[in-house]
Design a protein around this ligand. Structure first.
Ligand code: PBG
Length: 332
């Protein structure tokens, strides 16, 4: 008797049959496009390590917004590069801050486009850390400690000012303990109980943020972020981070970066019922772009495979610098 075997190829024999059995399908509605906004006028400056991604002054945003909206991408994530920085990140929470002004502009021009505001301080502090810092000198070297509870108040002020400017979703990325609870209470007190929190719950201390720090001018001026962002070696710790955010009132959970952490995404997806967000970060984008510019890879095929793998791993939404490209390719 011959050994039976399964003919898997029956369901792969034509494009039509493959499309019928496809388990994961991308849609422009899955994507969130990050945008870097800066002060001044007439600025549309390409980020050298992220070809195709720009810093825009507000007067230059229209074309970008129109394209995003026409492609059916439902949301943008705003990062601001302020004119001035100080030790407490004042420009993060003032009413005429760059993110607040951009939010007002976007909501007035494209009310249906969702504005997600990244709530962090590293772009706005002169030391480049995501919270308040206690500086001291040690053996002639400047050191600093990032203070947790002291940072919460400033983060709450930032989130409230973003909501007041019209942000639809608050996305805290600072990795201080208790930030979801603090921001939830702050928003509720100010009449923003309807504004959801997309928490950067599981955020690793990653080398993949390199190009972002160039784009947002937010590299830490001393030390690194390892005392608040997670160790890439840890997966069970991700469950504890996600669980505390759920208890504190998060509405969506995020895993960041995404490509090297698909296992973590799958675990979070299986353990928690909240919508899951993948952040396909700057370094992931830069790697693909660099290889594509050399002619070493098929950019379109590779981007679509990466985004599909994130959705397959459990992402309900994907923040990606490739959102416009991918939406365009999906329409072809
Ligand atoms: C702010 C923040 C960072 C990113 C998003 N929000 C940088 C960091 O933590 O250093 C990175 C995004 C990207 O790489 O695309 N804390």
């Amino acid at each position: 008797m011959s050994v039976p075997f399964t003919r898997h190829r029956r369901l792969r024999q034509s494009a039509a049959i493959r499309s019928m059995v496809r388990e994961t399908v991308l849609n422009p509605a899955d994507f969130i496009q990050p945008i870097y906004v800066t002060f001044g006028t007439g600025v549309k400056q390409e980020i050298s390590s992220m070809p195709g991604v720009y810093r825009f002054s507000l007067d230059q945003l229209e074309e970008e917004l129109k394209e995003i909206s026409e492609l059916g991408i439902p949301a943008v994530l705003l990062f601001g590069i302020p004119e001035t920085k100080d030790s407490v990140g004042t420009s993060a929470f003032v009413d005429n801050g760059i993110v607040q002004e951009a939010t007002r502009l976007i909501k007035s021009r494209y009310p249906e486009l969702l504005v997600v505001a990244d709530t962090c301080l590293c772009e706005f502090t002169d030391h480049g850390h995501c919270g308040m810092v206690h500086m001291h000198e040690h053996d002639g070297e400047i050191c600093g400690e990032v203070l947790n509870d002291e940072s919460l108040e400033v983060l709450v002020r930032t989130a409230v000012s973003q909501a007041r400017a019209g942000a639809d979703i608050i996305a805290p990325s600072n990795m201080m303990d208790g930030f979801v609870q603090a921001i939830r209470q702050g928003l509720d007190l100010e009449g923003f109980s309807h504004i959801p929190i997309m928490s950067y719950s599981v955020k690793y201390a990653s080398a993949f943020y390199g190009p972002f720090r160039e784009a947002a001018d937010s590299a830490p001026q001393f030390g690194d972020r390892k005392s608040y962002q997670m160790d890439p070696a840890n997966a069970r710790e991700a469950l504890r981070e996600a669980e505390s955010d759920v208890l504190e009132g998060a509405d969506m959970l995020m895993v960041k970066p995404s490509l090297s952490y698909l296992d973590v995404m799958r675990t979070i997806k299986d353990q928690f019922d909240l919508p899951l967000v993948a952040y396909n970060v700057s370094g992931e984008y830069a790697m693909v772009k660099a290889a594509a510019l050399q002619g070493w890879i098929d950019e379109k095929a590779m981007v679509m495979e990466i985004l599909t793998s994130m959705k397959r791993a459990g992402a309900d939404m994907i923040i990606t610098y490739s959102a416009k490209d991918a939406a365009r390719w999906l329409k072809q």
